[in-house]
Design a protein around this ligand. Structure first.
Ligand SMILES: Nc1ncnc2c1ncn2[C@@H]1O[C@H](COP(=O)(O)OP(=O)(O)O)[C@@H](O)[C@H]1O
Ligand SMILES: [Mg+2]
Length: 376
């Protein structure tokens, strides 16, 4: 056990007692999806009925969670799957995944005939407004789902993974932004029968879409309007619910867990997130530093370790291995510095540390290992 952990007043399980909604936020790629699943598993191990809403899980993780398809409803992970992995779950773990559809920017990047057409489309104001709204719609469906699970099901705890937003907190504003957009003029015009778009936005805009359609064969305008029509299902009723959602996100039942890796950039984002959550009246409950490097040489020198390994590995290999372990120590020291900074900024409240595992975390057993660290 590290010093930081020894000083911790209570385990995560204790600190999360009474919380019904856990939202994992953080920069892209730091381990939000992994942490969400491991948190949910850890709580289920302790006897709770838990639902985890994941967004774009890696394929193998989705399979491990029994998520072959997007059903729109959580399904229970077969207790036999846990038994097979040697993991004993006292409660229930339910999981579902949301489809974080590709953003239109990606579609444009893929389909645009050349750099110039691409830049032109991306810079187009109407396009910009539409694509922001589309991105917002993933976030909206995540939050709408959370609210529905909270209101209509009897889960003890719901864990929500969040989409890889450019700004991790955008998704909290997304419902309002999207509703504003849908009720605004742009969409009305957009969904209006042909011709009107051109008249209202000027020929430039219509031309962009027309050229785009001719060159790529993708009729962006009808794609988009089909998309917005299909969205109306999610939107319906969400307007009246936004107050309830806003309340839920700020309620004492809900806590945000900020996930970061020990790299400088995500750590900076984590500090910024904490501040923004506070300003928005939400509770940044815990900070989780994932993928922390562990001691490689364990206090020995490179020479000593080479010496120790030489009998088994031969001189050349032993020295390579020792070199690798020394690299780990460099990363470990970098991690320690970042963690110290993060702890300092949190007035001595120590973050929860999860080590960088040698394997990718994509099955129940390795999730259980992560859970062990989270709840240590
Ligand atoms: N502690 C860890 N040790 C090793 N690999 C990890 C760890 N946490 C996450 N990973 C791996 O890192 C990758 C990204 O994690 P993921 O949870 O999908 O990040 P995010 O959801 O924040 O984008 C995945 O392949 C996952 O298996
Ligand atoms: Mg993810």
């Amino acid at each position: 056990m590290t010093k930081a952990q020894a000083k911790r007043p209570a385990t995560l399980a204790t600190r999360l007692r009474g919380k019904r909604v856990l939202v994992c936020v953080g920069a892209g790629g730091v381990g939000k999806t992994t942490t969400s699943a491991a948190l949910a598993l850890g709580l289920a191990l302790r006897g709770q009925k838990v639902a985890v809403v994941t967004i774009d899980p890696a394929k193998r993780l989705a399979t491990a969670l029994g998520l072959q398809e997007l059903s729109g409803e959580p399904s229970r992970i077969d207790p036999q799957a846990f038994a097979a992995a040697g993991v004993e779950v006292k409660g229930e773990l339910w999981a579902m995944m949301l489809d974080a559809k590709r953003t239109f920017d990606e579609i444009v990047a893929r389909l645009a005939p050349d750099e110039r057409a691409r830049e032109e489309i991306l810079a187009n104001p109407v396009y910009r407004e539409l694509s922001t709204a589309v991105a917002g719609s993933h976030e909206l469906s995540a939050i709408a789902k959370l609210y529905e699970l909270y209101e209509e099901h009897d889960f003890d705890v719901i864990v929500l993974d969040t989409p890889p937003s450019r700004n991790a907190l955008d998704f909290l504003d997304a419902p309002n932004r999207l509703l504003g957009f849908l009720h605004g003029r742009a969409l009305q015009v957009f969904l209006a029968p042909g011709g009107l778009t051109a008249r209202l936005f000027g020929r430039g805009t219509a031309l962009v879409f027309a050229i785009f359609a001719r060159v790529t064969g993708v009729d962006m305008l009808s794609e988009l309007s089909r998309f917005f029509r299909s969205l109306s299902g999610v939107i319906e009723g969400f307007g009246e619910r936004t107050a309830g959602v806003a309340e839920l996100l700020r309620s004492p039942d809900t806590t945000f867990l900020i996930v970061t890796s020990p790299e400088a950039e995500p750590a900076r984002e984590a500090s910024y997130l904490k501040q923004r959550l506070g300003e928005a009246g939400m509770s940044p409950g815990e900070l989780i530093v994932n993928r922390v490097h562990r001691d490689g040489l364990q206090g020995h020198s490179v020479e000593e370790v080479t010496e120790m390994l030489t009998d088994g590995l031969g001189r050349a290999l032993a020295s390579r291995v020792a070199g690798n372990l020394a690299d780990f120590d460099v990363l470990m020291r970098r991690d320690e510095e970042t963690i110290a900074e993060l702890s300092g900024a949190r007035e001595g409240q120590h973050p929860i540390l999860v080590p960088h595992l040698d394997e990718d975390v994509q099955d129940l057993l390795s999730l259980a290992r992560i859970a062990e660290y989270l709840f240590a």
